[in-house]
Design a protein around this ligand. Sequence first.
Ligand code: TAP
Length: 463
Amino acid sequence: MTLSSLGINYVYVVCAALFVLGLKMLSSPATARRGNLVSALGMLIAIVATLLAQGLDYRWIMIGMLIGGLIGTAGAYFVKMTAMPEMVALFNGSGGLASLLLSWSEYHHSPAMAPFIALVTALSVFIGGVAFTGSMVAYGKLAGKISQQAVVFKGQHLVNGAIVLTAAGAAALFYLKPDSLFGYLFFVVMILVALVFGVTSTIPVGGADIPVVISLLNSYTGLAACAAGFVVSNNILIVAGALVGASGIILTRLMCKAMNRSLFNIFFSGFGTTTAGAGSTSGVQGEIKAASAEDVYYILEAADSVAFVPGYGMAVAQAQHVVKELGDLLEANGTEIVYAIHPVAGRMPGHMNVLLAEANVPYDQLVEMEDINPRMETMDVCVVIGANDVVNPAAVNDAKSPIYGMPIIETYRAKTVIVLKRSMHAGFAGIENALFYGENTRMYFGDAKTSLQAVVAEFKSGN
Ligand code: TAP
């Protein structure tokens, strides 16, 4: 059975609509799961329709799909939530490599290319190659397989500039005569240079900034797929690639904005590479008021409204389930509960949303930063669970601070703040936090999960 070329384009329009709808649904926690399924359905229809339209021998394709499907399913089931960025990096790299290989094989089929096809072939192998090795470096850094430190050396910009110029030169020479031996030589040079550039452009990024880079590389993979779509004249690959390219760049921009950092700063500053400790100084003065589980119980028990503000430490402690348990107990006690989510809390986009969804926190209790800040003064208690930078008032009132200008959840304006962390160590940005010394702040030291379990026990025993 084959689909006519007109018929398949109708199918592709449906698939494209499903992709767009799926993306739209991904923008809200309440619809995100269904959005994923809608997009996946669009992709399934696109793959089946494309295979039917080509009238191919499907045996090898089926074997490939089966192996890939098994790896993907196993990965999705067994990967730990905190290892999700690594998995995304691996998938992303595979996408870049697939575009590179697809365009390379098309070139072998018909090296006598029209100028436009030569151009998109060059683009797809170059961007695909960069996305592949860049993602592998990103994976290595996140998984601790290679050093998380930013590798910054003198003349780095010059080296990267020379690499890009070499790639552009090779692409131009390939473009002029793609079907000659020289054309092929320059094609191979372009691939090698792309693979090297993926590494050299990613190693200057510190481990903690890698999620932003993964989002950017994701955008590259989309662009490579889009270019590959032109190479093989496949409309749905063009559309899907363009959507991934655009959404990747939008997400990258959002992450940069939420951290008040430029992409240049992320790529070249080596920010966040040192494990900042108590030694970081900003001249913060004041008294630390420690609290016990019993103190926290009394404060919470008397509160009418409580905002939980989760951060990276909640992910480390895997405290989301006990947070929900405490939230339920408070609700049963007649307290209003919200979970205030900062867009870059944790280490990956949507990190806190995913963890809280895993613990079945109702979506309508999740409140965004823009919505909680205006009513902060009316909140009786803010419970900061392993968050640090995203609640640091220096971002608002210390113009010299490296995070000045970064939007934060302004917990310091709440009536009482309880901070759960293990020590006075700094967070990702490596700076001290005046919130911990605030008049209205109580520090409850310890692992967030263990600490919250103790508070839950207090509630259950009715103290
Ligand atoms: P951080 O500022 O990194 O602070 C996390 C805090 O959690 C630390 O101060 C740590 O203090 C505490 N902690 C660690 N393990 C804990 C445990 N088991 N129990 C209790 N507390 C624990 O986190 P944040 O406030 O979520 O901010 C995120 C930072 O990452 C921002 O600077 C952001 O710009 C950056 N970033 C985010 C992203 C995305 S997309 N989310 C991407 C790249 C960078 P102790 O060691 O004292 O316990």
